[in-house]
Design a protein. Structure first.
Length: 131
């Protein structure tokens, strides 16, 4: 799951970070999406390199109600502000970071060790950064 973002930009309906958590029910033998509750805490953690002990560049932690969800949802979205995306290094080239999304501080939903590869966040320089 790779996300591309221009440094200094905000996320919007065209460029958003949405996710879901499939849960396999051994009784029904079906997969259903977890229903996130307003009290669930979501952490979005961006590191400079793969691994849990590496320097964290950005850490956002909010309950879903703080994110504007007052009812259960299967597809919450993380919103990045301009201030959030300015936390990334000021460079004149793209830079790859690694991110995790964690539920309630205990369950990694998306992380460094996904079966399909590490979760990457590619940050591109804004036009004003390279002028």
């Amino acid at each position: 799951k790779t996300i591309s973002l221009t440094r200094g930009d905000t996320t919007s309906e065209f460029n958003h970070i949405a996710f879901f958590l499939p849960i396999y029910d051994t009784t029904t033998k079906k997969t259903e999406n977890y229903k996130f509750k307003p009290s669930d805490k979501i952490s979005f953690i961006v590191s400079a390199k793969k691994g849990y002990t590496k320097e964290k560049i950005l850490v956002l932690e909010h309950t879903l109600s703080e994110m504007g969800y007052f009812e259960e949802t299967e597809y919450p979205e993380i919103v990045l502000t301009q201030e959030d995306s300015n936390a990334f290094d000021l460079l004149d080239k793209k830079r790859t970071y690694y991110y995790e999304i964690v539920l309630n501080g205990t369950q990694t939903i998306i992380g460094h060790h996904n079966i399909d590869g590490a979760a990457k966040l590619i940050v591109l320089p804004s036009g004003k950064d390279i002028d």
